[in-house]
Ligand binder design. Structure first.
Ligand SMILES: Nc1ncnc2c1ncn2[C@@H]1O[C@H](COP(=O)(O)OP(=O)(O)OP(=O)(O)O)[C@@H](O)[C@H]1O
Ligand SMILES: [Mg+2]
Length: 249
């Protein structure tokens, strides 16, 4: 099947300084790719490049078989939608207003996948819980009828249980509608529980990649990739047991 998103030999960064180097990434329709890695690894930079928000220094990005357009909204209109880590919801507006802001025609799949929002339609967004706001942020993206969804840090500030509640909707979106999803996530286990494939970035490079099931079965390899100690031993890595436990929550 033709990939809906393809990043080839991507080097991208800021003010001429690369934050991601030589990245290869592909996404098939209906596939969920977990993009993992520690703070500063280059996850957000990868999503911004994939969405066309920043231009790569080297390499090419194609979406739906075509090179990205230089204008973000053109890519969005073609179905390439970024859900940024800042959530992108308007606090002064109600849930309904947030959902219909860009598309007056209706809420589309948003309420089908997040029925809990139905009861909150008249509530101002600033009064929602963190989990509800995150649900709304993703629901807002769904109103745009994405074919590829790039989700950055869905778990930001949320308890794992709140993230767990959102994940089935992401899986349904991929399974029912064939939407390809790149999911940046700090909770490794949660991400791998719904992903088909995963990439672990470290210092802007791919440290590990493979089927999500394989990575789940080899926590040691993932932890080493995550902390950049793939070829070393545990000694002297500077990562204590508490930190290791944290990333697997
Ligand atoms: N606007 C910017 N200007 C300059 N450097 C930046 C900018 N944004 C990010 N960087 C740098 O690029 C590198 C990768 O950052 P990026 O935001 O992609 O990491 P990340 O994996 O998303 O991290 P986090 O988990 O903290 O969100 C970091 O070294 C960061 O300091
Ligand atoms: Mg980030």
């Amino acid at each position: 099947m033709t990939d809906v998103l393809s990043l080839r030999g991507i080097t991208a960064g800021y003010a001429g300084v690369p934050a991601v180097r030589g990245l290869e990434l592909t996404l098939a329709p209906g596939e969920i790719l977990a993009l993992l890695g520690p703070n500063g690894a280059g996850k957000t930079t990868t999503l911004l490049t994939a969405a066309g928000a920043i231009q790569p220094m080297h390499g090419t990005v194609t979406a739906f078989g075509r090179p990205l357009h230089r204008r973000l909204e053109r890519n969005a209109r073609a179905g390439l939608i970024l859900v940024p880590d800042t959530r992108g919801v308007f606090h002064a507006l109600t849930v309904r207003e947030n959902l219909t802001l860009r598309r007056r025609s209706g809420t589309g799949r948003a309420l089908e996948l997040f029925p809990a929002l139905e009861a909150l339609m008249g509530r101002r967004c600033g009064l929602l819980s963190g989990g509800e706001q995150q649900m709304l942020a993703i629901a807002k993206a769904l109103v745009c009828e994405p074919r590829v969804l790039l989700i950055d840090e869905m778990s930001m500030g949320l308890a794992p249980i709140a993230v767990q509640a959102l994940l089935p909707a992401i899986r349904s979106l991929a399974d029912r509608y064939g939407v390809g999803v790149v999911l940046v996530e700090q909770h490794i286990d949660l991400a791998l529980s719904i992903a088909d494939r995963a990439i672990v970035l470290h210092h802007g490079r791919v440290a590990l990649t493979g089927p999500a099931a394989d990575l789940r079965a080899d926590r040691h390899a993932v932890t080493e990739a995550y902390f950049g100690t793939r070829t070393g031993t545990d000694a002297g890595t500077g990562t204590d047991t508490a930190t290791r436990r944290h990333v697997w929550n």
